[in-house]
Design a protein around this ligand. Structure first.
Ligand SMILES: Nc1ncnc2c1ncn2[C@@H]1O[C@H](COP(=O)(O)OP(=O)(O)OP(=O)(O)O)[C@@H](O)[C@H]1O
Length: 264
């Protein structure tokens, strides 16, 4: 097989992570192409967040290799909770990664204002995080991750704490932000929601509950961003059913339980 690691945004090759007191996670193989959107699903404890941390360089491997395309590029990370600094306004929050990278303060603040405008918060620059709704805080968190113009954006259940209307709006906004960037960032995001995975991603990888290996890699039909009403489309419904079946299979460990006691 041709080695595509030099042209990918990120890749895991036969990666194994060993934590004390549990079976090893892996070996995991995953290649993310530049500009591609990939969802990761699996049982609780399967290793989804571990994969994101590996891609971000925040986790050491016990075996195998982690590639970041040509070793270049920046990585943005968004967690389930917006993790904004409560004492600083959102412009300062979003400017921080730039200031830490040595960008002069005025320039960093201007770029932060632009990133906040891009997520619809251009009129809330002086707001403190506590003055924002959950959806707004997540938008600010997305702006902070995008302000450095990453070529890899890692999202760990970013919408899980939001109501379904806000969640759907943010998914549309994320597609629009992704499509508006040149070049588009690759996005890897973890979710427990199979509909969200099929809708948001171009393909979804399923992790085995017991071993954390990739057991399925399913393409989502259709192009991004999604046309209006696509959730009612038969191709969407069928892809959701297929993914739900694969997810159920990944949890049906031979022992009858995954690492966190997920029943088969
Ligand atoms: N630093 C650590 N030390 C020891 N064990 C860890 C550590 N980090 C994760 N684990 C264990 O590794 C396994 C995978 O964790 P991970 O957070 O990647 O799972 P996950 O699929 O993201 O789970 P969830 O859906 O519940 O967030 C779990 O059993 C977890 O308890």
């Amino acid at each position: 097989m041709a080695d595509t690691t030099s042209t990918c945004a990120a890749a895991l090759r036969q990666v194994v992570v060993r934590y004390p007191g549990r079976p090893p996670i892996g070996p995991v193989d995953l290649t993310v192409a530049p500009g591609e959107i990939v969802a990761v699903v699996g049982a609780s404890g399967a290793g989804k967040s571990t994969i994101l941390r590996l891609l971000a360089g925040l986790e050491a491997t016990s075996d195998g290799s982690v590639f970041r395309g040509d070793g270049r590029g920046r990585t943005g990370f968004v967690f389930q909770n917006a993790t904004l600094m409560p004492w600083a306004n959102i412009q300062s929050n979003v400017a921080l990664p730039l200031e830490l990278a040595g960008v002069p303060r005025d320039d960093a603040r201007r770029r932060a204002a632009e990133a906040l405008a891009a997520v619809g918060l251009g009129d809330r620059l002086a707001a403190r995080p506590r003055q924002l709704s959950g959806g707004m805080a997540m938008r600010a968190s997305l702006a902070r991750a995008l302000v450095t113009e990453p070529d890899l954006l890692l999202l760990d259940e970013p919408f899980a704490a939001l109501d379904s209307v806000t969640r759907r709006r943010l998914i549309e906004d994320l597609h629009a932000l992704w499509a508006s960037r040149t070049p588009r960032p690759a996005i890897v995001f973890v979710t427990h929601d199979v509909e969200e995975a099929v809708y948001l991603a171009e393909r979804t990888v399923v992790l085995d509950a017991a071993s954390g290996r990739v057991t399925a890699d399913l393409p989502s039909p259709g192009a991004l961003p999604r046309p209006d009403g696509w959730r009612s489309d038969r191709s969407f419904r069928e892809a959701v059913e297929r993914l739900a079946d694969e997810l159920a299979r990944s949890m049906a460990a031979p022992s009858g339980a995954g690492p966190e006691g997920v029943a088969a």
